[in-house]
Ligand binder design. Structure first.
Ligand code: PMP
Length: 451
């Protein structure tokens, strides 16, 4: 490419920023926020406004938010339907989700449940994905009468102390004693595993690890198997076809439940259906979700069948804000917008375009070791050598910086920090996909040339 890629034109102007300087904001953050809160990029980026799939820094510079879709903004920044629904609800009543009836809360539970296949018909609302996963484990333990939970290697499920032991990344786990009831088994990372993703029988082979682990490590004690439908933080790693249904069968035969973590893959992101698991021919016992569910407003949810939720009804479980009227107003607007703007179809079309462009790029760019994912959840794994698959960590750093320079914000993932995570809001366009691919072409050329 001879010219630098330019962002697709937009008519919207960002509101002028008149707040404190980036340096002052950074200094306050360093002084007053806990040191575990990091930031991306050598020079931290400050975002002060957003519109649709774009965000703006304090100088008014525009960036394509090709990461934020999986963090928060499923339907795009400053979505008018969401803003008016939230303003209307905030002006009417903001209250707890407990104790009293509220029409918005009931309507949200009804609408969310309506988007699940039978027999998943009962909703529990929280403030975050971590809370939803924590409660899913508690529900599974109470329902089955067993205690042990197994997750997958390379997984991420949140940061509450009850679920942190399921996290694979050393960088996310504090040095605390192991929880005897939680183990991680099963490696589904086909790019680095014994069976290739599309190899016939690969899913069933990988699922055998679960059966063996249950027999050896948790005999007669399995309460649940918890798995992301596509591992996000782990590097956009999708279970091979057949894995999830075979693993669920092993777990159920041993008396446990299958919990699907759809925190990143839910709400149409994979472009196949509303929920990622629908492409795998299996219906989980419990599904958890968060992030894009409220498009930036904190809300998490668990959907299960009534008999499982009923075990929780034996006691009172109180969550002051989980699924408050305001959160539910946001959640309802997200569902309506996904449907009204056919965002699942858009995610599919955009993902297909991007994958095609990336496949072409891989023919001439040797840094690309693997391209994975579906819809608007795409990962590009960078390696120094396609045979040894040595992770290209420093090159990934350089690529991320170069992409930012061009106005394209993507994420980083993977146990070696060498996967580019491309997850824009579901209102992104085919032009945006071309922009991402054009930027990647330049950024990967820059990255492979060295610092
Ligand atoms: N599950 C998955 C798959 C996630 O990616 C995350 C967050 N990265 C969580 C659960 C936790 O969600 P939250 O940050 O809302 O607690």
């Amino acid at each position: 490419m001879s010219e630098m890629p330019s962002l697709p034109d937009v008519e919207v102007q960002p509101p002028a920023y008149a707040g404190p300087s980036r340096e002052a904001v950074h200094a306050d953050r360093r002084s007053h926020l806990s040191p575990h809160i990091g930031h991306m990029y050598r020079e931290p980026l400050m975002l002060v406004s957003g519109h649709g799939q774009y965000v703006y820094d304090e100088t008014g510079r525009r960036y394509l938010d090709a990461f934020g879709g999986v963090l928060t903004t499923s339907i795009g920044h400053a979505n008018p339907r969401l803003l008016s629904a939230m303003a209307e609800q905030a002006g009417r009543i903001m209250h707890t989700s407990m104790h009293y009836l509220n029409p918005t809360v009931s309507a949200y539970a009804r609408e969310l449940a309506a988007r699940f296949p039978d027999p998943l018909d009962t909703v529990i609302l929280f403030n975050s994905g971590s809370e939803a996963n924590d409660m899913a484990i508690m529900a599974a333990r109470l329902f089955t009468g067993n205690y042990d939970v197994i997750g997958l290697r390379n997984a991420f499920h949140g940061t509450l102390s009850g679920i942190v032991p399921l996290i694979a990344h050393q960088s996310w786990r504090y040095p605390l004693p192991a929880d005897p009831g939680i183990s991680r088994a099963g490696w589904i990372y086909a790019y680095r595993g014994p069976w290739a993703h599309d190899e016939p029988g690969a899913g069933e082979h990988y699922a055998e690890q679960i059966a063996t682990h249950i027999a050896e490590a948790t005999p007669g004690r399995i309460a649940a198997f918890l798995a992301e439908t596509i591992q996000g933080v782990g590097g956009v790693v999708e279970p091979p076809p057949g894995f999830l249904s075979a693993a669920a069968t092993h777990v159920r035969q041993a008396g446990g439940l299958y919990i699907a973590d759809e925190v990143q893959t839910g709400f149409g992101r994979t472009g196949d259906a509303y929920w990622g698991f629908e492409a795998h021919g299996v219906t989980p016992d419990i599904v958890t979700m968060a992030k894009g569910i409220g498009n930036g407003f904190p809300i998490g949810a668990l959907v299960t069948r009534r008999e499982i939720a009923e075990v929780l009804g034996q006691k009172m479980t109180y969550n002051t804000y989980g699924g408050s009227p305001l959160a539910c107003a946001a959640g309802l607007a997200v569902l309506e917008e996904i449907d009204a703007a056919s965002m699942v179809d858009n995610a599919r079309a955009c993902g297909a375009r991007l994958l095609e462009r990336l496949d072409n790029l891989a023919e001439k760019q040797a840094l690309i070791g693997d391209i994975r994912g579906r819809g608007l959840m795409i990962g590009v794994e960078l390696v120094r050598d396609r045979t040894t698959k040595e992770p290209a960590r420093a090159e990934t750093d350089r690529a991320l910086e170069a992409l930012r320079e061009m106005g394209c914000l993507v994420g980083r993932a993977g146990f070696a920090g060498n996967v580019l995570r491309i997850t824009p809001p579901m209102c992104a366009t085919l032009e945006d996909m071309d922009f991402i691919a054009d930027c990647l072409e330049v950024a990967l050329a820059t990255a492979s040339e060295g610092a």
